[in-house]
Design a protein around this ligand. Structure first.
Ligand code: ATP
Ligand code: MG
Length: 257
């Protein structure tokens, strides 16, 4: 049976990023032509320093590339001013980082609301959306009024995911979202991401962890700023772990990971 055609989420054309260190130039991303698709759980892998985070920041409009073009949600974001880019990011991008940047003087709920577009127009609707999402990621109502210091790392990361989702972003970008968590908390965060993807949320995640990468259905491998490998996997299910893990391990072994 043929697969339904996928819709393009974003495309990069000859994307380049160069950093200068005391007059010496480091070409971190080199001529990248990349197409990402809606509804995919895309995973970007590669060794430390290969440019994964740099790529994620460029395609999400957090940092500007040196060369090339990025077409995202039908718009060329490379030509945007910083102000335009900030508006674009707020509307289209949700971010989940390894370090969870919740503001410690605000409750969990207020942290989420601080990112909500809707909050100035219709606070009641924003609060009810925030509460619905907090419940969906499994954060008990007793935690919503707590401060970040009073909850666990895994709970904080789930609140971080809700903050990333509050504006119904076109794509969620995650950079090592479980890197600072213990195994159980990491798994619960990955379960939340998997469930979001099952409901159609496009996710682009950077990781060097095999178990984390296994949640993706498309794995891209970056080496020295060049995409050197790609693997399509069936979507993650609790029951298909071993075959997918073997496929991914073979793919990574061939790349010398
Ligand atoms: N803001 C910056 N200024 C200068 N150099 C940078 C900057 N950001 C990244 N680099 C350099 O770009 C290269 C790639 O960095 P990047 O953070 O993208 O790697 P990574 O693949 O995410 O690595 P890791 O797995 O360790 O997070 C590194 O050599 C890094 O020193
Ligand atoms: Mg990184």
């Amino acid at each position: 049976m043929s697969q339904p055609a996928k819709t393009i989420l974003m495309q990069t054309k000859k994307l380049g990023k160069t950093f200068s260190h005391g007059g010496v130039q480091q070409h971190v991303l080199k001529n990248l032509d990349l197409t990402l698709y809606q509804g995919d759980f895309t995973v970007i892998m590669g060794s430390s320093g290969s440019g994964k985070s740099t790529l994620l920041y460029a395609i999400s409009g957090m940092d500007k590339p040196t060369l090339g073009e990025i077409l995202f949600a039908g718009q060329d974001i490379t030509g945007m001013s910083n102000d335009q880019l900030a508006v674009f990011r707020r509307k289209h991008c949700g971010f989940v980082f390894q370090q969870i940047h919740l503001l410690d003087t605000m409750s969990v709920l207020d942290n989420v609301l601080s990112s909500a577009f809707l909050v100035q127009k219709n606070r009641t609707a924003a609060v009810s959306k925030a509460k619905q999402l907090l419940a969906e990621v499994g954060l008990d109502a007793s935690k919503w009024t707590k401060f970040p210091a009073q909850i666990s790392g895994g709970e904080a990361q789930r609140a971080g995911i809700v903050r990333a989702l509050i504006n119904a972003p076109t794509a969620v970008f995650a950079d090592e979202p479980t890197g600072a968590l213990n195994s159980a908390a990491g798994t619960s965060v990955l379960n939340v991401l998997t469930e979001l993807n099952e409901r159609g949320q496009s996710i682009i995640m950077v990781t060097h962890d095999l178990k984390t990468a296994l949640r993706g259905n498309r794995i891209l491998y970056l080496r020295d700023g060049i995409m050197v490998g790609e693997l399509q996997l069936p979507p993650f299910r609790e029951t298909n772990g071993p075959e997918r893990q073997e496929q991914l391990q073979t793919f990574l072994a061939d790349l010398g990971w």
